[in-house]
Design a protein around this ligand. Structure first.
Ligand code: C2E
Ligand code: CA
Ligand code: CA
Ligand code: CA
Length: 272
């Protein structure tokens, strides 16, 4: 506080205090929502080069009366900071696995994969792998249809531990996708060491492919990189036909974005 200078103690700044109260309220409401299992999962289509749905991404939603949905961008960081992400992640995983089990009995849906986001903090939990596998089994989901999306922030921690966990998950059939690729700090040598199945081109690059040569270059490089490593590649945040055409012409295999569908409750997913 001293460094901030005279008369500028955070303590007495009413707007700061309000911010802290809002955050505390958000945390306690989130805790309660988790205890009551009020969070929902929406699903967004992932489509192949022929435009057929090959899977979906599970995205958590928090309906918080009276205000409507709270954005995950707002509460995921709170969940991560407070450790609530472990409970949140388990609930989302349960819902996704339950959905896979339901779809297994529906010939039109039985091939669909579900991608679940996993925070670095969840992944670092010592029991992450065993808890993950026990939920999959308990819900009767086919692990081969489950993909875990993790980000590069994971790589800032114990790399040997990360590799061991990834290998264990893959040996049980789960696929691993590197989310938001290109936005973090990871080096290519990590990518070579880590057993990923899929790269996701971050939407910040997809947005610019037709207008910014740098974004286009990054997107194309990621596609080439994925191919040379034998990984599938997904472009996220595809909003226009032009973006889809450009990415497709450059070898992208899977696409996700408002062009194909927004995240929706499961019963509102398109037929195919
Ligand atoms: P993400 O994993 O990168 O997910 C993609 C985000 O982009 C989603 O935002 C999705 O709704 C949005 N999106 C999809 N297509 C488009 C598009 O064409 N244009 C634009 N502008 N946006 C698009 P959402 O659902 O608000 O989620 C935000 C972030 O919150 C996610 O980013 C992910 O990091 C995190 N998140 C969401 N659900 C979970 C969860 O269950 N667990 C964890 N750990 N994180 C989650
Ligand atoms: Ca994701
Ligand atoms: Ca992403
Ligand atoms: Ca993102």
């Amino acid at each position: 506080a001293k460094a901030a200078g005279r008369n500028t103690y955070c303590f007495f700044d009413p707007s700061m205090q309000e911010g802290a109260l809002v955050r505390m309220r958000l945390e306690s409401d989130l805790r309660q929502a988790l205890a009551r299992q009020l969070l929902l999962v929406y699903y967004q289509p992932v489509v192949d080069r022929k435009g057929r749905m090959s899977g979906v991404e599970a995205l958590v939603r928090w309906p918080r009366p009276p205000g409507g949905m709270v954005s995950p961008a707002e509460f995921i960081p709170v969940a991560e900071r407070t450790g609530l992400i472990v409970t949140l992640g388990r609930q989302v995983l349960c819902m996704a696995c339950r959905q896979l089990a339901v779809w297994a009995g529906d010939p039109r849906r039985a091939h669909l994969t579900i991608s679940v986001n996993v925070s670095a903090r969840e992944f670092r939990h010592p029991q992450f792998v065993s808890q993950m596998l026990s939920v999959v089994e308990q819900e009767g989901a086919n692990p081969r249809l489950l993909k875990l999306e993790i980000t590069e922030s994971l790589l800032l921690h114990d790399v040997q531990d990360t590799i061991a966990k990834m290998a264990a998950l893959r040996s049980h059939g789960l696929a691993l996708s590197l989310d938001d690729f290109g936005t973090g700090y990871s080096s290519l040598s990590y990518l070579k060491k880590l057993p990923f199945d899929q790269l996701k081109i971050d939407q910040s690059f997809v947005r610019g492919v037709l207008v910014d040569p740098h974004d286009a270059a990054v997107a194309c490089t990621i596609i080439q990189l994925a191919r040379s490593f034998g990984l599938t590649v997904v472009a996220e945040g595809v909003e226009t036909e032009g973006q889809r055409e450009y990415l497709m012409a450059n070898g992208c295999e899977l696409f996700q974005g408002y062009l194909f569908g927004r995240p929706v409750p499961v019963d509102q997913l398109p037929e195919s």
